[in-house]
Design a binder for this molecule. Structure first.
Ligand SMILES: NC(=O)c1ccc[n+]([C@@H]2O[C@H](COP(=O)([O-])OP(=O)(O)OC[C@H]3O[C@@H](n4cnc5c(N)ncnc54)[C@H](OP(=O)(O)O)[C@@H]3O)[C@@H](O)[C@H]2O)c1
Length: 342
């Protein structure tokens, strides 16, 4: 696959202060790009301070206020950009909004509005949407069991029984990521004026530039942390997908930038470097960190026989640098530095 020339770009990152967003902004700045990052609250000194302290931020970073519940607010941040990374997603429904009754409606409206703004801009070549493997369950459409493998052809059926989801949050998140990604990929961009890419990432772990434990890192490490709430989400992922696709934050950011750097790229790509079970996570920590005591209820389960069948991202030339062992170890060291095991 041919790469674009390596001149420095102007790019927008929505949700620039979140877990993935902040690492992506940092890496883009390090690579010499100019970044327009959006946050909901520019008076949040901890988030603004974090971003402004990145190397090159004083000359190459501009911050914009934008809320998905007012999707037109992204217009200003997108103006003049060559590429847009739509990373932000609503995790909780805004009670102040009467316009959107749930997170799915808000997420879909933000996708629609951002696609239209990119098209109107006349400068944006490609929109890269941070999707989730939760939209790519290998469940057969008739609910009779799993397909043999999980790949880009898989879409999570949205008629699973309500009691399948372990919480309203998990149900809402699965719906919003699935419907928003479908909306993006079904968008007709006439005359190929705008390329649309969805990068459906596995559960992200590894390091963080944030000063707190991001939710996905906490979920991946829920067993050594003996954290029942996050473990519930991890078990749900395994139930929904057969096993748990995982990926390192560094690979996630590199994959986003890889999608930008290609001369031409469109469509759906799953992004994970390993497909593991909760039993394998527990076994790893029992073996390599026996000082960490994992309670019986967190010792994990064997997964299904579903295979990881996605090669699309590798086929276009992307190489993951972190396998499961490196992801576990970096996640563990990161949490230990934060004092999570004291
Ligand atoms: N982490 C994972 O394992 C994983 C895996 C697959 C896909 N993803 C996707 O990656 C993206 C980022 O996730 P993350 O793990 O980095 O989560 P995160 O740390 O919680 O970040 C979420 C981001 O979304 C923004 N946001 C939330 N509600 C918003 C709203 N109403 N309007 C505008 N922005 C809003 C937040 O902005 P503020 O800073 O303004 O609060 C924050 O920057 C999401 O789209 C998620 O679905 C994550």
């Amino acid at each position: 696959m041919e790469e674009q020339d390596s001149r420095h770009r102007t790019v927008c990152v929505t949700g620039g202060a979140g877990y993935i967003g902040s690492s992506l902004v940092k890496k883009l700045l390090e690579k010499g790009h100019t970044v327009h990052a959006t946050l909901r609250n520019l008076d949040d000194h901890s988030k603004v301070g974090l971003l402004k302290n990145f190397p090159e931020a004083n000359t190459k970073l501009r911050l914009f206020k934008a809320d998905i519940y007012n999707p037109d607010e992204f217009n200003l941040a997108i103006q003049g950009c060559d590429f847009v990374f739509h990373v932000a997603t609503p995790f909780q429904n805004s009670t102040q909004s009467s316009q959107y009754k749930d997170t799915t409606k808000a997420a879909v409206a933000s996708v629609e509005s951002i696609v239209k703004t990119c098209l109107r801009s006349g400068t944006v070549k490609r929109l890269i949407y941070t999707a989730s493997v939760m939209a790519a369950s290998p469940w057969k459409e008739d609910g009779s069991g799993f397909k043999d493998s999980m790949d880009e052809s898989c879409w999570t059926p949205l008629d699973l029984p309500n009691n399948y989801y372990r919480s309203n949050f998990l149900k809402d998140y699965t719906f919003s990521k699935t419907i928003a990604e479908k909306k993006l990929l079904n968008y007709e961009c006439k005359e190929n004026k705008l390329e649309l890419v969805s990068l459906a990432c596995g559960l992200v772990g590894g390091d963080t530039v944030l000063s707190y434990i991001p939710a996905s890192l906490g979920c991946l490490m829920s067993q050594p942390l003996n954290d029942p709430n996050s473990y519930q989400s991890l078990e749900f992922l395994q139930e929904l997908l057969g096993k748990v696709p995982i990926v390192h934050i560094d690979d996630v950011c590199e994959a986003h930038i890889f999608c930008m750097d290609q001369w031409s790229l469109q469509g759906r790509f799953l992004c994970a470097s390993d497909f593991i079970t909760t039993k394998e996570v527990a076994d790893y920590f029992c073996r390599y960190h026996p000082d960490i005591c994992i309670a019986d209820e967190f010792l994990g389960r064997h997964g299904s026989t579903v295979r990881w069948g996605s090669t699309k991202l590798n086929d276009v030339g992307f190489k993951h640098s972190y396998d499961a062992k490196l992801i576990f170890e970096d996640s563990f060291q990161c949490l230990r530095k934060m004092g999570a095991f004291e």
